[in-house]
Every structure is written in C-alpha cells, then in structure tokens.
Write a protein that binds this ligand. Structure first.
Ligand SMILES: *Cc1c(COP(=O)(O)O)cnc(C)c1O
Length: 397
C-alpha cells in the first residue's frame, strides 16, 4: 500500500512563511481534532466532575497553546501547568481559562503569578506569605484564588496532612486570598491492583473533613490524574487533572491493555521522508560502531531524524522499527544525532521522498508511543515530551 502523502495538505493547515516553512522533510503532526475528541470523551466520562487539561512541558510535546485551545473546545474548563513561565505563555496567547500551577511558585515568582492571573498551589507558610504580599502589592477587587496541596503519600511536593490543614485555615482567614481548591496527587493510580490509591484518598478526605468541622469547605476538591480518572471513579471528586489521556495515550500499559482508553485517539505522530536510498552488499556493516551487519544485500533508506530530535538512541539496539509504505522495517545500526538508517530488505520498493512513520499510523500498521517506550525502558510520556523543539509541528484541525 502506498504511503499516504500528507505533507501538501498538512502544510496548508498552518500559514508558514517562506522563512519558517520546514525545509528538512521531518515533522510531528498534531491532530487537534483528536485532542478535542479526547477532552470530550474524558469530560463525558467524569461528569459532573470538571476536566482540567494539563498542558505542562510544552503540552507533552504537542504545543501548549494549540493543545490548550483544543482541550478547552472539547470541554475542559481549566488548564494546569508546572511552571509560571508556562502559564504566562498561555496568557500571552490570549487564553483566559483558569490556569492552575501544579507546584508552589518560588517567592520571587509570585508577582508574575498575580500579574498573569495564574492560580497558584501553595503548601508552605512562606509560600502563603509571599503570595499575600504579591496580591497586596497589586490590589484587586476579588480575593485571589489559591489551591492548597496535601501530600497524602507520594512525597514529592505538598504539605503533610496536619500542616496542610493549618495552611488551608491560614489561607481561608486572609481576606486577600480565596481558598478555591484543595488537592492531592496519586503515586500508583495506574496500578489497578494496588490499594494505595484508596489509602491516599482516605487521607485526603480526612483533611477535607477536619476543615469542614472548622467551617472551611474549599469548593474544588481534586485528586485524579488520567489513571485515576479512568480507573478509580471515586477519586474524581469535583475535578480531574488529565494530561496524557488528553493527548490520546494510556497512562500505563496495564491501563491500555485493560481497554479503558479504547475511545482515545493519539494526537501526535512523528514523520519524515526518506532522504537517501542505496543498496549495500552482504557482509557490510552500518552506522557508528558498525554494529549492524547485513546478512544479505539490502536496500538501506536514510531518514532525516535522529536523537537530537528525540529518536531515542537505544531504539537501535532494542529492535526499534519504522513504517514505510505501511510495512515495518528495522532501524539499522546506531541512531545518530540527525539521521537514522532503515534496513528495507533485499526487494524493497522504497524511494527518496517516501513518508516514514516513527510514531503513528500508516495503512493498517501503527507504532505507538507505548511500543517505543517499552522497547527503550521508559514511558510514553517521555517519548512524546522528548520530541525536541527542532522538529516542526504541523497542526491538523
Ligand atoms: C502531570 C500531572 C498530572 C497529569 O498526569 P497524567 O498522568 O498525564 O494525566 C496531574 N497532576 C499533577 C500534579 C501532575 O504533575
């Protein structure tokens, strides 16, 4: 089956000036309709809980502004990011939806948090004080919304339960602040058999109960990431924070096999065109280290993507494959910084210009981020976040 020619149509999807049009035939195609669809599926699944779409880390490699807009169109009602810089980027693009910061911003960043109307998370007294000072320095009509994070057992960031209760009471007592949310984060929500998620939820709900007895009820309680939202309905509370599932990826191979993600569609595919083709004789060896020896004469295709683009170097020694013309072919020898070699076999009909799929679907075949991740000992999250800034993104609406 002939490779689908995607570039001309895809190139029309973004206005690219002559100066910015990609010259190297290698690109990541981002299907914004898939992001909209995934957000809608998640929203319908978790309703009446609301969907907060997580667009940190450059929208998991998809482009934060485009991903955020598509997720909002699909029904997400808010966004979340890791960094103040990431939140400011959304504001600079004109996005008005609430943007939650998932870690407490450093004290010197609080002024920018207020200026950009981001919703900070706090879990230290110092953080509450720095935020109060920043709010006081630029008075506004409404109290400034803030969420408090409880560490219920993952031990990354957040206040221990008793400390979280004190901090929440402190926030609630300050007229310039509005205790809008209380939340926690799960360590093993993707492990379907583990009881630890239920234990974390119980610790969290205990803090909620203690606050209620003091007359404080933060309106937005949230805990679930994608895995919890998909697999542990009791964790959905008032809002879920979904990242990886918005991009159409399962949070773990277990969850993928379990079928709970079957309605989601991966939004990112990584593609290039064959840049060079030659025949190489039996016994010759290929690429740096000459570690790939040909047992028979073979057609070798060069693809202009390498580890500087996020094509993990260890794919070469772990059976990494690509799709050309709808068929799988092995990566031959070491992935280099800018290029990989593909062993197309003795009789392959492969030509310069053919579309190569490193991630995504072609004909009946598909290479998923999880396939790539499982070969290289990582997770699909790292695969999509790893598609580097050097790879142009082509957006399809
Ligand atoms: C990244 C992140 C999420 C999103 O997790 P997914 O598994 O991608 O859904 C949610 N909450 C917090 C605190 C995070 O850091």
């Amino acid at each position: 089956m002939a490779a689908r020619r995607v570039t001309p149509a895809a190139a029309q999807a973004v206005p690219a000036s002559a100066a910015t049009a990609p010259l190297r035939p290698a690109w990541a195609e981002i299907d914004l309709a898939a992001i909209r669809h995934n957000a809608r599926v998640l929203r319908d699944l978790v309703a009446p809980a609301e969907l907060c779409a997580v667009v940190k880390a450059w929208g998991y490699g998809h482009g934060p502004v485009q991903a955020a807009k598509a997720a909002l169109q699909g029904g997400a009602t808010s966004l979340a990011v890791a960094l103040v810089e990431e939140g400011r980027q959304l504001r600079n693009a004109g996005i008005k939806a609430p943007v939650l910061l998932l870690s407490e911003p450093p004290a010197p960043a609080m002024a920018e948090v207020v200026r950009s109307s981001l919703t900070p998370t706090v879990y230290t007294e110092g953080g509450v004080g720095a935020l109060s000072d920043a709010v006081a320095a630029s008075p506004r009509l409404e109290p400034f919304p803030v969420h408090v994070k409880v560490d219920t057992g993952m031990h990354r960031v957040g206040a221990e339960p008793e400390e979280a209760e004190r901090i929440a009471l402190d926030v609630a007592a300050r007229p310039e602040l509005d205790l809008r949310g209380l939340w926690t984060h799960f360590a093993v929500a993707d492990e379907l058999e583990s009881s630890f998620t239920a234990e974390q939820l119980a610790v969290f709900l205990d803090v909620v109960g203690r606050l209620a007895r003091r007359g404080v009820r933060p309106p937005v309680l949230h805990a679930a990431n994608s895995a919890a939202a998909l697999c542990h309905p009791s964790t959905r509370l008032d809002m879920v924070r979904c990242g990886v599932s918005v991009y159409g990826l399962a949070p773990s191979p277990d969850v993928a096999r379990d079928g709970r993600c079957s309605a989601l569609r991966p939004a990112l595919s990584l593609r290039a065109r064959v840049s060079f083709v030659k025949e190489v004789g039996a016994g010759d060896r290929l690429s740096y280290g000459l570690r790939y020896a040909l047992s028979r004469r073979s057609v070798i295709a060069t693809v202009p993507l390498g580890y500087a683009d996020g094509v993990t170097r260890s794919l070469s020694s772990r059976g990494g494959q690509v799709l050309i013309g709808g068929s799988r072919y092995p990566i031959a020898g070491s992935v280099t910084m800018d290029q990989v070699l593909i062993d197309c076999g003795a009789a392959a009909d492969v030509a310069v210009g053919d579309v190569v799929v490193l991630l995504g679907r072609q004909g009946a075949e598909e290479i998923t981020a999880w396939e790539w991740a499982e070969r290289t000992g990582t997770i699909a999250y790292e695969v999509v976040c790893g598609v580097s800034a050097r790879v142009p993104r082509i957006y399809r609406r």
